[in-house]
Structures are given as structure tokens and as C-alpha cells.
Design a protein around this ligand. Structure first.
Ligand code: ZN
Length: 61
């Protein structure tokens, strides 16, 4: 899988810098693909500490 996940915020990232937290520490070992559209209304987003809509990995190693 070409996509990688940000180790800091779990965001699925295609470029070299995470658009959410601006870090560049990624992992190819991640599981679970979640698309969060409305972070304010999502329990998953709340649990993950996500407040920016987008695609995220449930688990990042
Ligand atoms: Zn990030």
C-alpha cells in the first residue's frame, strides 16, 4: 500500500508533510481506514483527538 499514515495524528498522507500537524514522521504499518467528515459529531474523531476532516488510520505503529 502506497499510502502512509502520520505517526502523530494518524492522518493518511500522500505527500511529504502531514497537512494536519505539519510533521513528517510516517508509518507504512497502519490499520483501519476511517474517513471523518464531521469531527464535531464523530465519536471516533473525539476518541482519536481528530478535529480536521479527512482520512485517518485507526491504528498506526
Ligand atoms: Zn499528522
Amino acid at each position: 500500500m502506497a499510502e502512509k499514515a502520520c505517526k502523530n495524528c494518524n492522518r493518511i498522507v500522500e505527500g511529504d508533510v502531514c497537512p494536519v500537524c505539519k510533521k513528517s514522521s510516517f508509518s507504512n504499518e497502519w490499520r483501519g481506514y476511517v474517513i471523518i467528515l464531521n469531527p464535531e459529531e464523530s465519536q471516533i474523531a473525539e476518541r482519536m483527538g481528530v478535529d480536521t476532516p479527512g482520512s485517518y488510520a485507526l491504528r498506526v505503529r
